[in-house]
Ligand binder design. Structure first.
Ligand SMILES: Nc1nc2c(ncn2[C@@H]2O[C@H](COP(=O)(O)OP(=O)(O)O)[C@@H](O)[C@H]2O)c(=O)[nH]1
Ligand SMILES: [Mg+2]
Length: 311
């Protein structure tokens, strides 16, 4: 498929073209950059919902319920499951729950697991790019599930309009998330597994945390097991989207800044890898003095002295 044809099929929300475009971008295949450039300007953007929380808290189970509820509204949906890549396989694991939906072969729900090769410890650049491709395809809602550990959890704010943090009534995660300040990135708290009892305590704990700052946190108890609280949560997300629309626009400007920075860093790294004078510098003075070598490389960069081998 030629890039032009791929693009026009992508714009028609063709799942085969979408999958192909994503692979092309993930694997840095020839013309991937042209394809990404050509999808702009994006006609309209999707609501991007980030879902974070400890493994086992019920993120994938909740997503399955949210999808079922959004699907009946006739919306086109996508789910990205961001997994820390295994150093052995370099691949990503898709949660069982999501695998089930994927196998249901629903054309209105696009599900993709993406390995997080980690860009400066955060979400990899391709996560941003895949979200762009999904938006070009006209998805209405994109849900991004991150494994609730490490930097990808914090970086979710750079791709999501609204961040949900999933907690459980009995979990002791709070101490950790309070301490690490991760709690601050959440727009909405979901106390899932409320069927286990004790969710009131958890709600109080979160309210307490924010009492001093005067922030009124949005908290929704849910139970996937007993199918409770999902419509309320969805309404809460929509309300947040309406009431915070100004903040969401501000935030998307900052997200764009973060995205551009990631693109620039990647392009610089690519150029450095391809320039023989850089490796000569590294092997030469770099062995004796890494700081001097770095300065010289920066000099080459700023004076346009770095050249691709191909040039
Ligand atoms: N009791 C109870 N179990 C739940 C609920 N939601 C999810 N689970 C279970 O919790 C486990 C982890 O769920 P999963 O969605 O894979 O969690 P994730 O790792 O956060 O994506 C599964 O065994 C689910 O069946 C709930 O509301 N109540
Ligand atoms: Mg999961």
């Amino acid at each position: 498929m030629k890039t032009q044809e791929l693009l026009s099929r992508l714009r028609q929300n063709d799942p085969v073209a979408l999958a192909k475009a994503i692979s092309m971008v993930e694997n840095r295949k020839k013309d991937y950059g042209k394809l990404l450039e050509a999808i702009y300007p994006l006609g309209r953007t999707a609501l991007k919902i980030g879902i974070t929380g400890a493994p086992g808290s019920g993120k994938s189970s909740l997503i399955e319920k949210l999808i079922a509820a959004l699907k009946v509204q006739g919306l086109s949906l996508a789910v990205l499951a961001v997994d820390p890549s295994s150093p052995l396989s370099g691949g990503a694991l898709l949660g069982d729950r999501l695998r089930m939906i994927q196998h249901s072969n629903d054309p209105n729900v696009f599900i993709r697991s993406i390995a997080n090769r980690g860009h400066l410890g955060g979400l990899s650049l391709s996560t941003h790019e895949i979200i762009d491709l999904l938006q070009a395809a006209g998805k209405d809602v994109i849900i991004i599930e991150t494994v609730g550990v490490g930097q990808s959890e914090v970086d979710i704010v750079n791709v999501a309009d609204v961040v949900l943090m999933v907690l459980n009534p009995e979990s002791g995660d709070e101490i950790q998330i309070f301490k690490a300040g991760i709690i601050e990135i959440a727009d909405i708290f979901v106390i899932n597994k409320s069927d286990l009892g004790g969710s009131d305590n958890k709600v109080a704990e979160i309210r307490n945390y924010f009492a001093l700052s005067g922030r009124e946190p949005l908290i929704f108890p849910t139970s996937v097991k007993e199918d409770r609280g999902i419509p309320e949560l969805l309404a809460g997300i929509r309300r947040f989207q309406d009431q915070e629309s100004g903040r969401i626009i501000d935030k998307s400007l900052r997200m764009r800044e973060n995205y551009i920075e990631k693109i620039v860093v990647e392009r610089i790294q690519e150029k450095m890898r391809r320039d023989p004078s850089v490796s000569a510098l590294i092997r030469g003075i770099g062995a004796a003095n890494p700081y001097q070598a770095a300065e010289r490389i920066l000099e080459l960069l700023t004076t346009g002295g770095i050249h691709d081998k191909k040039d």
